[in-house]
Design a protein. Structure first.
Ligand code: NAD
Length: 477
């Protein structure tokens, strides 16, 4: 398979030499992609801009709904092949890849429905004078996607952008161009999609992303990726004052109170920490445990982590897949070594070969200021920290610069409400971890980002509100 660019309804190759896409589970070459360039990006952005103004796309909600339903049908028809491709190019488990496809299809249908339900308001503020508050498409949306969930994270921005009436320029991560190209094929096959509405350029290092940020033809950037890149995007977008939707990194705390159902907490947090080998922004990264149950919790978590079978995503007996690449494995091995020095290693992760495999790690630490507590580690590694009362648990949960997600394990309803409201995070799960779906808004407090995706608010960054004032004179005058 060779992944190309898609601009103005045509597949393009560009001039740069082909690059390989690698299967992280065995190092084999899966296919090639044509790397993009700033020139191709400028071409795509200019087509998207011209289409926005020359077509009726922004004023045709029924057409937009139709396109989204056609797209969902094509994703559904392609789901088995795409699931295999996600496993091969990303390394995650087949069940995780299948879940990613189902989530993406559900979300495409959800925004297909919402495309026909975007409404403004009318107000007669003074007699005979009418204010129409009209919700209209923001213009050209650029969508920048990471590698860890390349289908869901693309659809999570693309579906609301299309529902809102934006035209789009997309850019996948370097690590997952083949998955992206297969999704683009589903879109290109939609009979109702006007050409030029969706355009896509493959990455080449960071050249294409940077060109998007600088482009004068783009109005909104919807970026999912690390907080470090988010900051560069914010700085790069300042000269053109683009609107930004930033879905960034996280360091999710899970607070386990003494009255928690420990069987449930251990089950949820094993999955919450190790799903996608911990390479998910909302991964349960910090286990904050009450001192009275620390020993019991630790021994159960160690047993649960140790029991997880790491192996190729395509093998049905695997319970955790590979990391994205060998560089990630080397980076995480260094972190594990430091965790043993700075804290107490409870279960030491080990590299498995061939491929980018790493078994789960658990360490105890009592230094809130440590980088190991403060920074996103993005792998199958979690820390245990101890608290003595509810106030301390909340203070510890809020002690990082991130605020993407958190979870609380307790049977006490009053505590549930108190603590979940006190936590500074966009999502708080109670007696569960990692529940993401189309209807429920996600997004970050603090350095986890700006704006929301999913749900009705997921449309907001792709819409402008226009006030049209009509002076109709005095009623009866
Ligand atoms: P990354 O920031 O390195 O890359 C993300 C995307 O940005 C890629 O497409 C990359 O090519 C592009 N990019 C890199 N430099 C750029 C630049 N200067 N200008 C424009 N684009 C640029 O992140 P990653 O390693 O691919 O993904 C993992 C990160 O994504 C983690 O931090 C994770 O928490 C975060 N993430 C967040 C969410 C969320 O919903 N908040 C979801 C998934 C992943």
């Amino acid at each position: 398979m060779i992944a190309r660019h898609y601009i103005d309804g045509a597949w393009l190759e560009g001039d740069a030499p082909l690059r390989d896409s690698i299967n992280p589970a065995d190092g084999s070459v899966l296919g090639q992609f044509h790397p993009g360039s700033a020139a191709l990006l400028d071409q795509a952005a200019s087509v998207a801009r011209a289409t926005f103004f020359a077509s009726n796309w922004a004023a045709a909600p029924r057409l937009r709904a139709q396109v989204l339903f056609e797209f969902a049908d094509r994703l559904w028809a392609a789901r088995e092949g795409l699931t295999d491709l996600i496993v091969a190019e990303n390394g995650k488990l087949r069940a995780e890849a299948a879940g990613e496809m189902m989530g993406a299809i559900s979300e495409t249908r959800y925004y297909g429905g919402l495309a026909r339900a975007i409404q403004g308001r009318m107000q007669e503020a003074t007699a005979g004078n009418f204010s129409l508050l009209h919700r209209e498409a923001a213009g050209v949306a650029a969508i920048i996607v990471p590698w860890n969930a390349p289908v869901t994270l693309l659809i999570r921005s693309l579906a609301p952008a299309l529902a809102a009436g934006c035209t789009c320029v997309l850019k996948p991560a370097d690590q997952t161009p083949l998955i992206h190209a297969r999704v683009m094929q589903c879109l290109a096959d939609c009979p109702s999609l006007p050409k030029g509405v969706v355009n896509s350029v493959n990455e080449n290092g960071a050249e294409v992303g940077q060109a998007m940020v600088a482009s004068g033809d783009i109005d909104v950037i919807s970026f999912t990726g690390s907080s470090a890149t988010g900051k560069k995007i914010m700085a790069g977008a300042a000269p053109t004052l683009k609107r930004l939707n930033l879905e960034l990194g996280g360091k999710a705390p899970a607070i386990i109170f003494p009255d928690a159902d420990l069987d449930l907490a251990v089950r949820e947090l094993t999955h919450g920490a190790l799903v996608m080998a911990g390479q998910i922004c909302v991964a349960a990264a910090r286990f904050l445990v009450h001192d009275t149950i620390r020993a019991e919790f630790e021994s159960r978590m160690i047993a649960a982590f140790r029991a997880v079978k790491t192996g190729p995503g395509a093998d049905p007996s695997s319970q955790m897949g590979s990391l994205i690449d060998m560089a990630a494995q080397q980076r995480l091995l260094g972190i594990i070594e430091r965790a043993g020095d700075e804290g107490e290693m409870l279960l030491q992760g080990e590299a498995q070969s061939p491929g980018a495999f790493l078994t789960p790690s658990l360490f105890r630490i009592d230094n809130l200021a440590s980088d190991l507590v403060q920074d996103e580690l993005f792998g199958p590694i979690a820390s245990v920290e101890m608290f003595h009362d509810e106030a301390e648990a909340v203070q510890m949960a809020n002690a990082t610069v991130y605020g993407l997600a958190a979870s609380v394990f307790t049977r006490d309803l009053n505590r549930t409400l108190r603590v979940s409201r006190a936590i500074r995070a966009g999502t708080v799960w109670v007696n569960s971890h990692t529940r993401l779906f189309a209807e429920g808004e996600t997004g970050g407090y603090g350095q986890s980002g700006l704006g929301r995706l999913h749900g009705i608010e997921g449309l907001n960054d792709f819409l402008e509100t226009k006030h049209i004032y009509i002076e109709a004179g005095q009623v009866g005058g």
